[in-house]
Write a new protein. Structure first.
Length: 278
């Protein structure tokens, strides 16, 4: 398959690209800085594309490069994402807009630009044509102080379900993979965002949050686990459209989603006290 993956500089994107390359696929991987693709570029079936998902012309240019190869594009993995943290009361407008610009509008823009190629692949008789959105367990339940990130991933879940229903008659499948904590650089990036706490009523949370973040990351799965799930979803004919990837007990998250909200509140507040996230 020929697969476009956004955000392959580090983490889940880099690991997924590597796994797919080692299993006979061609990967178009996007980076914001060309030299971030140097390691993957050693693989002959890898093509690096420079793209910022908040910059529509850069998306269009990358897609035009794929189109110019004349080969079909079978799948898009919308992986690029950021996690903004901070209390909802104090988070800066610039930061909450950025959260949605990257995770939600960036995701939609990449799908919109790539869809003509996916339709063309279907019309040329290719099968297994799909979009996979990298969502999160935070798109199912909302932990405090990463609520904006959660809101963006709830939106990704809605985009996934809506787009799957809109595209099913064209034979294009749209799926979401929702990992729980994964050991990637995203955690340290989030931990460095302290400005929404400092000098506010929430300043005392900062100490707690560092330990909470470290424990969530330490208890996370390796990015290879998520990469494996994405590979399976790409290669399978009719995969489950909402794959939750947790270290253990994914069913607990599904149960938590169904439980009364006041009960969910208690779980999060208790976990916050014990530095456990889920
Ligand atoms: N790690 C977890 O625990 C976890 C759990 C659930 C879901 N996820 C999701 O998994 C996806 C990958 O995250 P990760 O954990 O692998 O984190 P990561 O290592 O920080 O990777 C994020 C990737 O997104 C790229 N990116 C960020 N902003 C971008 C933009 N404006 N345009 C294009 N690319 C951009 C980054 O590129 P740069 O290097 O240029 O910034 C990087 O390649 C995200 O959607 C995240 O929400 C992660």
């Amino acid at each position: 398959m020929n697969i476009l993956i956004t955000g392959v500089s580090t983490g889940i994107g880099a690991t997924t690209a590597e796994l797919l390359l080692n299993n006979g696929h061609h990967v178009y991987g996007t980076v914001r800085k060309a030299n971030d693709a140097e390691k993957l570029a050693l693989h002959p079936a890898f093509s690096a594309l420079v793209m910022d998902v908040t910059d529509r012309p850069s998306i269009a240019k990358a897609i035009a490069t794929i189109k110019a190869t004349g080969k079909p594009l079978h799948a898009v993995v919308n992986n690029a994402g950021i996690a903004v943290s901070g209390p909802l009361e104090t988070i800066a407008e610039e930061d909450y807009r950025k959260q949605f610009d990257v995770n939600v509008f960036g995701n939609l823009a990449v799908s919109q630009e790539a869809l003509p190629l996916l339709h063309a692949a279907r019309e040329a008789g290719e099968t297994n044509v799909k979009i996979i959105n990298v969502s999160s367990v935070s798109g199912y339940v909302t932990a405090p102080y990463t609520s904006l990130y959660s809101a963006s991933k709830f939106a990704v879940e809605a985009l996934t379900d809506g787009m799957r229903r809109e595209l099913s008659s064209f034979g294009i499948d749209v799926l979401s993979v929702a990992p729980g904590p994964v050991k990637t650089p995203i955690w340290q990036k989030a931990k460095n965002q302290t400005k929404a706490f400092e000098g506010t009523r929430y300043a005392h949370i900062l100490n707690k949050l560092g330990a909470y973040t470290d424990s969530a990351e330490a208890g996370g799965v390796a990015p290879e686990v998520v990469a494996g799930a994405i590979r399976e979803m790409l290669e399978k004919d009719k995969p489950r459209p909402d794959r939750l990837v947790m270290k253990k007990r994914a069913w607990l998250v599904r149960l938590l989603m169904l439980s009364p909200k006041r009960w969910q509140d208690k779980v999060f507040l208790k976990n916050m006290k014990s530095n456990k996230r889920y």
